[in-house]
Write a protein that binds this ligand. Structure first.
Ligand SMILES: [Fe+2]
Length: 247
């Protein structure tokens, strides 16, 4: 086991010791499979991840889809090569076990050919944002998102509409700043969410980690998912890398 893996595992254990898992699980279910812990991950871990955020900046791919999203991203393929702390958190068994315990499902990392599985999102230019969406699962089972705040020098907010898919409940809106170390976790098919536009001279960087109940995907949805990733997120070079990794 590498030093990075060991120290991330220790930090995760330390973070978990500071929360009541039962309480987090209760809030997760009360909020229709959505929960957040403000500034939860320990500062030394966050500092190391922020150093990796800066290291991979030359690999940022910027996208603009009129009226839906504008911003930059760095895919899993780059993080695997250059961001060992971030990847160690993504794969940390105690972390995955904690998330699985919240959902009541057996969770696993996405298969290696998925550029979204663990990725950084950079909001660096005025107006960078993403409109309301679900993190829809194209896998056969459910897909869950962890969002970790890493850089927060912005007036942007993560806006979450809870109970969007539950006709028996009135919707509830939650607006969050994603401060460094803030942890947000949700079922991608249930949380309707957006990031409001970045202001002048501001910056916001977040990490997302995706977990699935099944690594299988219908082949038609695979093509759709790949094209969406190439256009909207990581570019066509990353699409080719993903296809090669799946061989
Ligand atoms: Fe999302």
């Amino acid at each position: 086991m590498s030093d990075t893996t060991t120290s991330v595992a220790e930090t995760v254990a330390q973070a978990l010791a500071g929360v009541s898992v039962d309480d987090v699980r209760r809030r997760y279910w009360e909020q229709n499979e959505f929960v957040y812990l403000e500034r939860w991950l320990p500062a030394p871990l966050v500092d190391r991840m922020v150093a990796e955020v800066n290291r991979v900046r030359p690999s940022i791919n910027r996208n603009y889809i009129p009226r839906h999203k504008k911003g930059g991203s760095v895919s899993f393929y780059t993080l695997v090569e250059q961001a060992p702390t971030i990847v160690a958190l993504y794969r940390a068994p105690a972390f995955i076990e904690f998330l699985a315990g919240l959902t009541g499902q057996r969770l696993q990392a996405c298969p290696p050919g998925d550029p979204h599985s663990c990725a950084l999102y950079y909001y660096t230019e005025p107006g960078d944002h993403i409109g309301f969406h679900f993190d829809t699962s194209y896998y056969r089972g459910a897909r869950y998102t962890v969002l970790v705040g890493l850089v927060e020098r912005s007036s942007s907010r993560l806006v979450c509409q809870l109970y969007k898919n539950d006709p028996s409940r009135a919707p509830v809106e939650v607006k969050l700043a994603t401060h460094p170390g803030t942890f947000i976790f949700f079922n991608g098919d249930k949380l309707w969410h957006s990031i409001t536009p970045l202001g002048e001279g501001e910056e916001r960087v977040s990490l997302t980690l995706e977990y699935v109940t099944s690594q299988a995907m219908n082949p038609f949805l695979r093509v759709f998912s790949d094209l969406k990733d190439a256009f909207a997120y990581f570019g066509f070079a990353e699409l080719v890398k993903g296809r090669l990794k799946r061989r």
